[in-house]
Write a protein that binds this ligand. Structure first.
Ligand code: SF4
Length: 363
């Protein structure tokens, strides 16, 4: 089940915590970038002729203007066939750049799922993060999406923010749950080198973030969501199919700067530099690569376990991998971190927040 990912590396302004591949205030590069994407798509079509899912992420894909969105959707359809035939098409949006015209275009193009970036409902926390949208902007964007007929919306939230208390986080959750989105994702703040937060000396707050994680689970599950992956909750049948393919170690094709691809154990990623991507994507060799590797059998097995354990249902291991990993499985089971049932292993709910300790055993 191959997934197609398209990266749009443009934002209006860089958020204080952001280390994603995105350029702020370089809108003049968007058109040449779309040309480069078309060239890359045409070159790779022969190895990934028909994706099952599409995910357009960023950066801020909703920053594209109406004509640019039309160009993007036509390049997808000209290369890979009708978007409406895909099992799921997700489009990432930020509230400040989503207009009624763009929302209508997304719907008409066949986008079936929107992932809306919020992070927190308190405007002072949003300001601290350097986000452009206020909570009111988010509410406007959310109802605009509902009015346009979108029935599958994810909301992104964050924990462990500077100045964020458990009461803030609970208030955010309650406000969002009242809107009844179909999906929720939340991530603990990480402070990466090169970001404004790193320059300011902002520290990560793993303990408060863990406490927020612990209070979120029961509240979200009581609202009818299932906790299906470490950071993701969904209403029944609304799990992200595109992301499940990653966790099932499926094949995927990534187009654009910083986009990664995987096919039969071979993995590669494009340059993170959008300008270099634009210069090289149309050449005979394709875009400059950031990295390329063929995974050894041992690496593939380790990845299979680690990715599978991200899902709360765990992973059913084939006999040979189960036997080979018996020592680690017994150790983690004795430590009370995983549950074993037949050949199925899964991380215990209370250990999900410290899943890295489990993953380390299999590296
Ligand atoms: S909107 Fe997203 S990609 Fe853009 S700067 Fe903010 S965090 Fe980074």
């Amino acid at each position: 089940m191959p997934g197609l990912y398209i990266h749009i590396p443009f934002c209006r302004r860089k958020c204080n915590y952001c280390d994603f591949a995105s350029l702020a205030g370089r809108d003049e590069l968007i058109s040449p970038y779309l040309h480069a994407l078309k060239a890359e798509a045409a070159r790779l079509k022969r190895i990934f002729p028909r994706p099952t899912t599409l995910y357009i992420g960023g950066g801020t894909p909703s920053l594209l203007g109406p004509e640019q969105l039309k160009t993007l959707f036509s390049l997808v359809e000209d290369t890979f066939g009708p978007i409406k035939d895909l099992k799921e098409t997700t489009f990432e949006a930020n509230p400040e750049s989503l207009t009624p015209e763009k929302t209508g275009l997304l719907k008409a193009a066949g986008v079936s799922r929107i992932s809306l970036g919020l992070q927190a409902s308190q405007d002072n926390l949003l300001d601290r993060l350097g986000r452009l949208a206020s909570f009111d902007d988010f509410l406007r964007a959310f109802s605009q999406l509902r009015l346009a007929g979108f029935e599958n919306i994810n909301v992104d939230l964050m924990t462990g923010l500077p100045g964020q208390s458990e009461a803030h986080f609970r208030e955010t959750l309650e406000l969002i749950l009242a809107l009844q989105p179909e999906h929720l994702s939340f991530y603990a703040l990480e402070v990466h080198e090169g970001t404004a937060f790193a320059a300011e000396g902002v520290c990560e707050a793993p303990e408060p973030a863990a406490a927020m994680f612990a209070l979120a689970g029961p509240l979200i599950e009581a609202a009818g969501f299932s906790h299906y992956e470490i950071s993701n909750f969904a209403k029944p049948g609304r799990e992200s199919r595109h992301n499940l393919n990653y966790w099932d170690q499926g094949d995927y094709l990534g187009l654009g700067a910083a986009a990664a691809s995987h096919r039969n154990g071979k993995r590669w990623a494009n340059t993170k530099d959008p300008e270099l991507y634009i210069k090289t994507a149309a050449g005979a060799e394709g875009p400059t690569l950031e990295c390329s590797e063929t995974l050894t059998q041992a690496q593939r097995r380790a990845e299979k376990i680690i990715l599978g354990l991200r899902k709360t249902g765990g992973i059913e291991l084939p006999d040979d991998i189960f036997i080979e990993s018996k020592e680690q499985i017994d150790k983690l089971s004795a430590q009370g971190l995983i549950e074993v049932s037949g050949r199925n292993i899964r991380i215990k709910k209370e250990a999900l927040y410290i899943s890295n300790a489990v993953f380390r055993e299999f590296v």
